[in-house]
Structures are given as structure tokens and as C-alpha cells.
Design a protein around this ligand. Structure first.
Ligand code: GDP
Ligand code: GDP
Length: 454
């Protein structure tokens, strides 16, 4: 049962369109010296420095977050993929091929002062087969007189050449408008519900001390009336002030009334747990530290992780824990909770009030992680080092390459790795572990999706 936590990393496949769609990808291709880096810099507004090309050295960054007219997209500079194996023409064609299969649109950059070279023609030939839109940029059109030159680039068979000067910025706004029109619409990012207290679920098997803890936290609980309905309804949530901050504990009516004690209610209790988890942003799973971790505990933890909610494990009844039990518990945790080493942990006693104050900082940490976003530039400079130090294992005689990654979403944080082959679960876990070592994300699940080019 618990092994299912394993599967969290396994939501890979070529059709993660929904997640990837959260931020469309534009790949920039073209032969060396046509001005790709300059154009990338121009598009980024130089917000993220592009490492200068050094011949024979692959750039350590390939992907960046770009923003134009209020829309976000990921900009991939395929220069970072260059390999010299098949000569220039071959490598640029391979680059185009890779770009087509990973991006939502491709920007081919050509030097208008040179015109269409044999390499440009080879690349264009590859791109004409592309299912994704291709935009042709005629670069180095620094002044009006050069516009006429761009007409010859119609011969590439990629439609209208768009004149631009990456160096001076001329027409780069028009080019960006064209690019945005070609990219799929990105769904709006999920936003926090306007201000309002963060939503917490308090769950755990019967008798772990949920109602005791809630009573300890609230004293006399203030209830929340459903504002949306505008009428007096049975208040199901409680407003709780912890550490100077209001929190909305969801679906607590039952806890207070202790309806769950009725016999034969196990099914409804688990249904209620599920509902509460779904309604929450962060979940406190209450465990009885005086008893061995049970299957039921692990099931609830799995539920939280699968629902993608931030997680705080609170070990209750700490007043009953002696040294022997503490050692035993450590072993149970090592064995049972191996898939959620990232969970926030606190030891409390609802009876004595021990360490109950520590809940608020843990909730805050978990939510900060849940909301956290790593920029595409940061992510890729870290990733390229990681992959260089330990490449994915060879599978079926092939070495999958990790091309680049973006954080496609938050709540929970979701990464998408663009690769040339399947990454096994072990390697994805390695990536996740290293990712957490570098960027933290304590208290939040992190999803890693893999988009494999065909
Ligand atoms: P990349 O190899 O395709 O990434 O090309 P770079 O961006 O490194 O540019 C190659 C050279 O072309 C550099 O010396 C740039 O300054 C120059 N360059 C780039 N864009 C323009 C442009 O719009 N006009 C002119 N005149 N030169 C440019
Ligand atoms: P719920 O079913 O999860 O809501 O659990 P309750 O709050 O009803 O608690 C079940 C039993 O555990 C009650 O007898 C509580 O007094 C007891 N209990 C709760 N918290 C603690 C604690 O921290 N220490 C000890 N010793 N007993 C506790």
C-alpha cells in the first residue's frame, strides 16, 4: 500500500500537455553567429544573463522564463545542445529536430545580411515537417534599407520572414507579438483565494487526539459561517489563531461534535478525511506516538501526498513517550515514512499542551514550500551540473539526455523534465532528492513529470 508513494514520481509520459501547457515553450534554433544569444537577451530584457559562447564549450544554461504582454513562456536556447559530431549542418539539423519535438513553437533565426545559407536550407527542410508552428526571424536588419533583403528568405518555405535587429531592438516587439500569437494560450496560474486565512485540515485515525488538539488550540472555537451562501448554515470550519495568524481549519464541525465515534462509521470517516484534505492547502496528519505506526496512518499520509497538499506530521501523546518508545518510533519512521522524508514533523501533546506552539511555524514552512517557484534559469544551471555529474542510466543501449527543465506549476510544485528518453523511477527520485537538497521545499510534495520526445 505504502509503495504507492513511489508512483508519485512515475506520472511521466509524453502527454503531460496539461502541466506543460501551464507555460508554453519556444525553442530558438539557427546556425552559429546569426544572433541567437543576442536575440534571446533581447527577449529576456537581459533579466537573466546569457553565458557568452565559448567555442567547444556547451553553455550551462539553456532555458529561461520570458514575459511579454503579460504572458509567460519558457525560452529555450538550443545552442546549449550543440554537439559537433555530424559537422555543423548535421548538428544544427539535429538541434532543429529536437526543438520541434520539445517545443510548442520554434523560432528559426537567419542572418539577413548573409541570406539563406546551405545550413539554413537544411534546417528549414527539417522544420517544414514540423507539426508545431515555425517563426522565421531575419536578423541583423539594423536599418530600413536592409528590409528588401529579407524577401529572398521566402525561399526557405517557412512563410513570412520577420525582419528584426537583435542588436538594436528594432522590430523585436513585433516579433514577440508574432511569437505569442503562435504559442498556445497558457492557462492562468492558480492564485491564492483573495487574502483570507490559509486552509488547514486536521486528520488522523480515530482516538489519536484530533478533537483534544483542536480544543487545545481554540479554547472556545470561533466558527466560520459560509459567507458565500449568506445564510446561517451549519458552520463546518473553525477559525483558529495560532502564533498571531488566523488559520481556517476546514471541516471541523464533526470533530467538535465527535460524531465519528458512532460505530460502523469507518467508511464515512475516511470519506470525510478525503474531503477535508481536498478542501485544505496544508494538512496536519495527527499520529499517536505512543502506538506503532499503522497501515491506516500510512494510508492517510499517502492520501495527502497524492492530493498534492503540504504536509505536517504531528506526533501526539508525546507525554506517553519514554526513551524506549522514542527509539522504536525512530525505526518505524525510518521504515514507514521513507517516501515522505520531506514532511514537516513536530512532537506534541494535546493533553499537556507541549510544543503545540510549534505547529504554526511548521504550517508556515510547509505552505511557503508549496507556493515556492524556482526560476527556469536557476533550475537549469543546477540541473545541467547534476546531469553532467551523474547522467541517467543507459537503458536499452541508449543514454537518455535531459535537455532542460521548467517548473510548470506550484501548489504543489511541479517540474517538467524534457528528455530524449525514459527516465527510470530511481533516477527521478535521485533528481528529486538533489532538487530538495538544493532548493529546500520542506513540507511540500514535489511532482516530477518527464516529457519524452518520441
Ligand atoms: P549566436 O551564435 O547565434 O548565438 O549569435 P550571437 O548572438 O553570439 O551573435 C553573433 C554576432 O552577431 C555578435 O557579434 C553579435 O553582436 C552580432 N549580432 C547579433 N544580432 C545582431 C544584429 O541584429 N545586428 C548586427 N549588426 N549584429 C548582430
Ligand atoms: P480523536 O478521536 O482523534 O478526536 O481523539 P480524541 O481527542 O477524542 O482523543 C482520544 C483519547 O486520547 C482521549 O481519551 C484523549 O484524552 C486522549 N488524548 C488526546 N491527546 C492526548 C495526549 O496528548 N496525551 C494523552 N496521554 N492522551 C491524549
Amino acid at each position: 500500500e505504502f509503495a504507492r508513494l513511489d508512483e508519485l514520481g512515475a506520472q511521466s509520459g509524453a502527454d503531460d500537455g496539461e502541466v506543460v501547457g501551464a507555460q508554453p515553450v519556444l525553442a530558438v534554433v539557427g546556425r552559429p553567429n546569426v544572433g541567437k544569444s543576442t536575440l534571446v537577451n533581447r527577449i529576456l530584457g537581459r533579466r537573466e544573463a546569457v553565458v557568452q559562447d565559448v567555442p567547444g564549450v556547451t553553455r550551462d544554461r539553456v532555458a529561461y522564463d520570458a514575459l511579454w504582454a503579460g504572458r509567460r513562456f519558457t525560452l529555450v536556447d538550443t545552442g546549449g545542445w550543440e554537439q559537433d559530431a555530424d559537422g555543423l549542418q548535421g548538428s544544427v539539423a539535429a538541434q532543429a529536430d529536437l526543438a520541434m519535438s520539445t517545443a510548442d513553437a520554434v523560432l528559426l533565426v537567419v542572418d539577413a545580411t548573409v541570406g539563406a545559407s546551405a545550413t539554413d536550407e537544411a534546417v528549414a527542410k527539417v522544420l517544414r515537417r514540423s507539426k508545431c508552428p515555425v517563426i522565421l526571424a531575419a536578423n541583423k536588419v539594423d536599418d530600413q534599407r536592409l528590409i528588401a533583403e529579407t524577401a529572398s528568405l521566402w525561399s526557405l518555405g517557412l512563410g513570412e520572414p520577420h525582419p528584426v535587429s537583435a542588436l538594436h531592438g528594432r522590430s523585436s516587439g513585433d516579433l514577440l507579438d508574432t511569437i505569442l500569437a503562435a504559442l498556445p494560450e497558457a492557462p492562468r496560474e492558480k492564485r491564492a483565494p483573495a487574502a483570507g486565512p490559509r486552509r488547514v485540515a486536521l486528520v488522523g485515525k480515530p482516538n489519536v487526539g484530533k478533537s483534544s488538539l483542536l480544543n487545545k488550540l481554540t479554547g472556545e472555537p470561533r466558527s466560520v459561517v459560509d459567507e458565500a451562501a449568506g445564510t446561517t448554515v451549519d458552520p463546518v470550519d473553525s477559525l483558529v489563531e495560532l502564533d498571531g495568524q488566523d488559520w481556517r481549519f476546514v471541516d471541523t464541525a464533526g470533530l467538535r461534535k465527535r460524531v465519528q465515534t458512532a460505530s460502523g462509521m469507518e467508511y464515512y470517516a475516511s470519506l470525510r478525511t478525503k474531503t477535508a484534505i481536498d478542501a485544505a492547502e496544508v494538512v496536519i496528519v495527527l499520529l499517536d506516538a505512543s502506538q506503532p505506526l499503522s497501515e491506516q496512518d500510512l494510508r492517510v499520509i499517502t492520501m495527502v501526498s497524492e492530493a498534492g497538499r503540504a504536509l505536517v506530521l504531528a506526533f501526539n501523546k508525546w507525554d506517553l513517550v519514554d526513551d524506549d518508545r522514542r527509539n522504536q518510533l525512530e525505526r518505524e519512521i525510518d521504515r514507514g515514512l521513507v517516501r515522505v522524508p520531506w514532511a514537516e514533523r513536530v512532537n506534541v501533546s494535546a493533553l499537556t499542551g507541549r510544543a503545540v506552539r510549534k505547529l504554526a511555524p511548521s504550517l508556515r514552512t510547509a505552505l511557503e514550500s508549496w507556493d515556492q517557484r524556482v526560476s527556469t534559469g536557476q533550475l537549469n544551471s543546477w540541473l545541467s551540473e547534476l546531469v553532467a555529474a551523474k547522467p541517467p542510466p543507459v537503458r536499452g543501449g541508449k543514454q537518455p539526455k535531459v535537455l532542460f527543465a521548467t517548473q510548470a506549476g506550484i501548489r504543489p510544485p511541479t517540474l517538467v523534465l524534457f528528455t530524449t528518453g525514459f527516465l527510470e523511477a530511481g533516477y527521478r527520485r535521485f533528481v528529486e532528492r538533489k532538487f530538495r537538497e538544493r532548493f529546500g521545499f520542506h513540507g511540500s510534495p514535489v511532482r516530477i513529470n518527464v516529457r519524452v520526445r518520441e
